[in-house]
Design a protein around this ligand. Structure first.
Ligand SMILES: NC(=O)c1ccc[n+]([C@@H]2O[C@H](COP(=O)([O-])OP(=O)(O)OC[C@H]3O[C@@H](n4cnc5c(N)ncnc54)[C@H](OP(=O)(O)O)[C@@H]3O)[C@@H](O)[C@H]2O)c1
Length: 381
């Protein structure tokens, strides 16, 4: 089974591409995180924070907004007013373009800023420098694609990050990981010791426009024989966008800074455990047929894009599905069961316009190709 790096990176970017602390923070932690003692007191009502979100209307942003409002924080959105402009009618909205038109942010103060829409270091530098005197805490949403290779099992945040020969190259479709790594640095340089860099893994669940995880609940809910990748033992990782959104708010409440991998679940799971749990949550209507990765390769089936969430864990991806999340867990990241994500993803799909539903459902192996591969698998000698 082959997967080129570009496919994997673009896969990670797909959802983001839909859109082109407190003063108590202390210490600069290049690869660590600090959590204020208040983090332990989850039941206590949080001190009310004012939170600026650079974006907020795509996929992850709305989960942050919803979680922040549920915790009684005050939210301001800054965006161009193009993506889902009707969302959050009662939330303050400031309009402008991150690329040079930040006037609406001048002379305003917030406790924290969340930046899910930064892909280019020059642009992140612009907002972080402008906001530095008026904002306590910068939460930058990064990605595990900063790691050019996940070739070590159990790797933590010290795994080397991608570099780029020409740092003025802003082509984020081909240099996604390297540019995100530079964005992290740009934020930290502007606000030393006040930045949380969140290296997210595959974000899944309601609202996902990429349709990657969505392939599995939609296909499994149809029932019948379902093509499943490999021997089932490949470890996989992901994060429900709602868990990530709630945790980002928790980081703001606690004033947590540092660089953290954000992916789950807490204990390692295999692809088989995940698909069995999804099948079970949706009524056990599907029979999963596990097809050997070499066979899939010969049939021209691609991991990650046609069989989402899964890659053969070898070579540059020998550590795929095993990245450490201990820092994030210590800082309060919790994970809902994958069955809940599957059920809620299907329920969400029913509520979106048909074109969006069709787009989300178009990811993953096409039905005729799946049938052909399954037939060939059975006919093999
Ligand atoms: N999806 C995954 O599996 C995955 C995995 C790892 C990491 N990530 C990271 O997670 C984040 C996902 O973010 P999201 O897109 O869901 O965030 P979001 O905040 O929900 O949506 C993007 C927002 O940015 C605004 N925006 C885009 N370009 C802008 C500009 N030039 N000026 C001002 N506002 C602008 C958009 O609104 P307007 O269009 O109205 O301006 C929109 O509100 C990304 O950082 C991505 O790298 C994703």
């Amino acid at each position: 089974m082959t997967i080129d790096r570009r496919t994997f990176i673009l896969g990670s970017l797909a959802a983001g591409a839909a859109a082109g602390a407190g003063a108590a923070c202390s210490g600069s932690q290049e690869h660590g995180s600090t959590t204020a003692p208040a983090a332990k007191a989850t039941a206590a009502p949080p001190a009310k924070k004012s939170i600026l979100i650079l974006g907020g209307t795509g996929f992850l942003g709305p989960h942050v907004v919803t979680s922040a409002l549920a915790r009684s924080h005050t939210v301001t959105l800054f965006n161009r007013g193009k993506t889902h402009p009707g969302l959050f009618p009662d939330v303050e909205k400031l309009h402008g373009d991150r690329d040079g038109h930040l006037e609406a942010l001048a002379n305003r103060k917030w406790d924290a800023v969340v930046d899910p829409s930064g892909y280019v270091p020059r642009i992140v530098k612009m907002s972080a420098e402008l906001l530095a005197p008026n904002v306590g805490h910068y939460v930058f949403i990064s990605t595990i694609s900063v790691y050019p290779k996940i070739d070590v099992v159990n790797a933590d945040e010290s795994l080397p990050v991608a570099t780029i020969a020409d740092p003025t190259n802003e082509d984020f479709k081909t240099n996604y990981g390297a540019l995100k790594a530079l964005c992290e640095k740009a934020a930290e340089a502007a606000m030393p010791g006040r930045v949380a860099n969140i290296r997210s893994g595959l974000i899944i669940g309601p609202g996902d426009p990429s349709g990657r995880f969505t392939h599995w609940p939609t296909r499994i809910a149809q029932g019948g024989e379902v093509l499943a990748p490999g021997d089932g033992q490949t470890p996989v990782q992901y994060i429900d966008g709602r868990d990530l959104g709630a945790w980002i708010v928790r980081l703001i409440e606690d004033g947590t800074v540092g660089t953290m991998n954000a992916l789950g679940p807490e204990k390692r799971v295999t692809m088989k455990q995940v698909l069995d749990a999804v099948n079970h949550a949706l009524g056990d209507k599907a029979q999963l047929t596990w097809v050997d990765e070499d066979f899939l390769d010969k049939q021209g089936v691609e991991g990650w894009s046609e069989l989402p969430m899964w890659l053969p864990n070898k070579g540059d991806y020998a550590g795929f599905g095993t990245q450490q999340n201990a820092k994030a867990v210590k800082a309060g990241l919790v994970f809902r069961p994958i069955g809940d994500t599957a059920r809620d993803t299907l329920a969400w799909l029913e509520t979106v316009p048909e074109d969006q539903r069709a787009k989300a459902r178009s990811t993953g192996i096409k039905p005729d190709k799946e049938a052909k591969v399954l037939a060939a698998w059975k006919a093999r000698t």
